[in-house]
Design a binder for this molecule. Sequence first.
Ligand SMILES: Cc1cc2nc3c(=O)[nH]c(=O)nc-3n(C[C@H](O)[C@H](O)[C@H](O)COP(=O)(O)OP(=O)(O)OC[C@H]3O[C@@H](n4cnc5c(N)ncnc54)[C@H](O)[C@@H]3O)c2cc1C
Length: 618
Amino acid sequence: MASSARPLALRAACSLRAPRCLRSTAAARQEQPGEPARPPPPPDPERGSAHGGTGPRGTRRVQPPPPAVDFGDPREAFRSKSSAELVRALVVLRLCALEPLVARSRQLMNLSRKLLGQQRFEKLMKMTFYGQFVAGEDQEAIKPLIQRNRAFGVGSVLDYSVEEDLTPEEAERKEMDEACVKGAEIDGPGAAQREKQYLAHREFGDRRDRVISARTYFYADETKCDQHMDTFLRCIEASGGSSEDSFSAIKLTALGRPQFLLQFSEVLMKWRKFFHQMAAEQGKAGLAVMETKLEVKKLQETLANLGIATKAESQHWFTGEDLGVSGTVDLLDWNSLIDSRTKLSKLLLIPNMKTGQLEPLLSHFTEEEDLQMKRMLQRMDVLATRALELGVRLMVDAEQTYFQPAISRLTLEMQRKFNMEKAVVFNTFQCYLKEAYDNVTMDVELSRREGWHFGAKLVRGAYMEQEQARAAQVGYEDPLNPTYEKTNEMYQRCLDYVLEEIKYSQKIKVMVASHNEDTVTFTIRRMAELGIHPSEKKVYFGQLLGMCDQITFPLGQAGYPVYKYVPYGPVNEVLPYLSRRALENRGFMKRAKRERDLLWSEFKRRLITGSLFCNPSH
Ligand SMILES: Cc1cc2nc3c(=O)[nH]c(=O)nc-3n(C[C@H](O)[C@H](O)[C@H](O)COP(=O)(O)OP(=O)(O)OC[C@H]3O[C@@H](n4cnc5c(N)ncnc54)[C@H](O)[C@@H]3O)c2cc1C
């Protein structure tokens, strides 16, 4: 490696955040102002339903006992529904369970439109699938539903759900020609250095393929991204107007060119790998991520031996105020050397352990690409600023693993800026990922060190089939847990960790976004054991509109903060999303069967008691 290239290495990045960079873990253990002191012993699991919450200064507050919730009571579950809505739910969920119908849902919808004409088709959709899963066409139309849900203790996460109706070929062309591939990258010298996982692959160009319940955006140009931002802004404004304490969901792939997300993700993952390689050199392989600490002296020696920087050069990289005490660097310190606000094209050179060569973490960005990245960050800034003004929380959805490191990192940057007083920006953690626990613990730890509020949604993950197929076909390690049981274990581990943290902190909030009754029951039990009362509003629950009302409404009526993800948008533009939603229901037959049984019981009860025509009451 030519030594003239060295000045570009780490130093460029380090200068960005010098004051905050490289604070020791010892410092992290110190309490942040406003945080209650952490008592040393772990919570006593034997306490059963502890009725004490934590007061603002760590004092124990006497709470009423946690409310009981019954997920098997059809009357409670569907109290908010008219009988016509019960019938609609019964019919729609039944149809969603019919394999041949669901498999051809797109064609059937198109055929019905032709036969019925646009108007009658829209009416039919509103009476059936659209009416079940979508709140309405625009901000005004969705208000009655939002208000009704609120009256039953259920909040809303507004999610403008239009999707371009592209054929697979169109989607693939857009992805490969416009969004994810740099001309120079296909044959250029940089191509060999790129990780396969973070390159676009034509056979996976249609990112909607095998994805359930998640909207997908395809990049066209910067104007289109501005339009998406305007749409999200309107959604935030509608959330602000609809109720207090509401959320608005956004997807970062809508706000910029995915090429940037791919490349930035690759940088972040290579950087993390490099840290673990250094750890292995120091005999610390296999430790839990927050336990892995590199000794600065040894690290400097290694960097010098590898030819990355002389000891003198690297001296000032590791001079954080607290390092004198601990003399170690952990992954958070290490990560803080990369700053998304830097000119990424000036980023680091690190050794390729296979070839022994120093290679740039990133192939160079052109001026135009640098601009695209800045515009994406600006759009995010505009959205978070507006959300803060209107008292709306911004939920950043998680997406595919090859985008997710960048999405998480950019979200984290927003949290640093906007979450100083309260949790405005929420990140999403997918527990089907092998690295989910590391991701959650690192972000919680970082928030504690830096004093901002941590807000997160925990999900299992929506891209499973696509991720598994891509890893197998392209040839890299499957990033997902190998079985459903392992994903459940991971979910429980992450959730348990966050709940324990919540017990001692006023600055952590989590949304348990799941339709799984066991997960919800587990959360309620752990909350009771840890003395986290629902009225503290630190733990939220989330389900999708039109699904699992038997979980959502009993939670809401018992006083647990619970939210529906509320998709909305014009009928035609929501249809592509809807047909994939039908596919989701097909996959969850068992649960839908329980829901249908409860719906049917409630319908029969109303019929027998002569209350079929009563209005929903609360
Ligand atoms: C309010 C809300 C918001 C959401 N937001 C997002 C989001 O931002 N990003 C996102 O990716 N998803 C999101 N989802 C979808 C979510 O990730 C799940 O796909 C969906 O909720 C089903 O999981 P479950 O916990 O509800 O049910 P379950 O039926 O208990 O779990 C099904 C899930 O388990 C996992 N799984 C199943 N089989 C296996 C296997 N063999 N190996 C490993 N894992 C397996 C998969 O993740 C699968 O989706 C959201 C869901 C909700 C309710």
